[in-house]
Structure formats: C-alpha cells, structure tokens
Design a protein. Structure first.
Length: 199
C-alpha cells in the first residue's frame, strides 16, 4: 500500500512539473474550451496556465537576487522554482556558499504562513510572549521581520530571518553567523523589485 501511495504521489508531482511548461498552449486550450462551452476544461486549463505563469515569474525573481551574499557566492546550478501545490504561487530557492558556511534564500509567494507571522509581528501581546534571547522582531528595509537563532553547537549560531512583504514570505537562513551578518545579507536583497514582480 505504501509503495502504491508513493507511486501515485510521484506521478502527481511529475505531471505538475511537465504541465507547467506550456503557458501559451494552456491559454489557447482555455479559450477553445470556453468557446465550446466546456467550462470545467477551461477552468482546469486556466489553473495550469497560472501555475506556468508563477514559474515564469519565479525565474525572473531569481535574476534579481544577488549573486553574492557577503563572501558567499551563489550556487546558481541549484536555483529552483516550483509551483505551490494546492494554492496559487511559487517557491523560489537559491543557496550560497559551501557546506562549511552556507546561506539560503527561499521566497514563497502567496504563503499560507503570512497571517500567523504578521499577527506575531504586529500584535504586541503575541510578539511579546514569543520574544526571548533567541527570537526577536527586527526591521529590514522598512519591513518588520522575525529573527530566530539556534545554537550550532560549536560556540556559533545559525540564524533564520522571516520577512513578510507584499503577499510573499522571504526566509533567509545563514549557518555559523552573527546577527549583524545576516541583517547585512538581508539588506542586499532587492525587496522592492521582487515585490513588484510577484504582487
């Protein structure tokens, strides 16, 4: 049973990936289906086209991201854009550096976590209860953000910065870092330009 479930999950995700390669074809199919009165087929084709469009926009966002964060070079071969399953939007991923010292940027457009994070950042009572020496609210380029640190076990810390902007969530993870370093890296990310593309 487990193998059957995994097989169908693989087929489902493979179908999604291959279906996202023909935006113009999906739009043409939607028009033809609509004209023929096949509204269910038109609706499905439009959903596929929107997924394709999210992928196209995600690839344009990757072009805006810096090729270097501090001394860490981008590993552009591992750049990735995937459509979000179950809702509109895409997940955009880029990482920097090497296993010894690395950073990762992940942008989720139309993130389902935005409501919770915005409540944390904008409600003093909730934000105050969640604040301690490892969690705090900071500002990055005018955006409120949540900064979290975890002990890396070697006397250093790993940092995670969650920045909600527009209708998206950007997460920056940096290993073996300092607060000033991750905030400096975050200030190199062109939030305004990215927001214009994915809003």
């Amino acid at each position: 049973m487990k193998h059957t479930t995994l097989f169908f999950a693989f087929i489902f995700f493979t179908t999604i990936v291959f279906a996202q390669t023909d935006f113009k074809g999906e739009v043409a199919t939607a028009k033809t289906s609509y004209t023929s009165g096949k509204l269910e087929d038109a609706h499905f084709a439009l959903q596929q086209a929107l997924g394709d469009l999210d992928i196209i926009i995600g690839k344009e966002v990757l072009k805006l991201l810096p090729t270097q964060l501090d001394s860490l070079n981008a590993n552009t071969n591992s750049d990735n854009v995937t459509a979000n399953v179950g809702f509109i939007g895409a997940t955009i991923h880029r990482d920097y550096g090497s296993p010894e010292k690395k950073a990762e940027i992940e942008i989720i457009s139309n993130s389902p976590l935005l409501g919770t994070l915005n409540a944390f950042l904008n409600t003093p009572l909730i934000g105050g209860m969640m604040r301690d020496e490892n969690n705090k609210t900071v500002k990055v380029q005018g955006y409120k953000a949540r900064l979290e640190r975890t002990d890396a076990g070697n006397g250093k810390f790993n940092y995670k910065l969650d920045v909600p902007f527009s209708s998206s969530l950007l997460t920056l993870n940096v290993d073996n870092s300092a607060e000033s370093e991750i905030l400096g890296m975050a200030n190199k990310i062109p939030f305004q330009d990215v927001a214009k593309l994915i809003q």
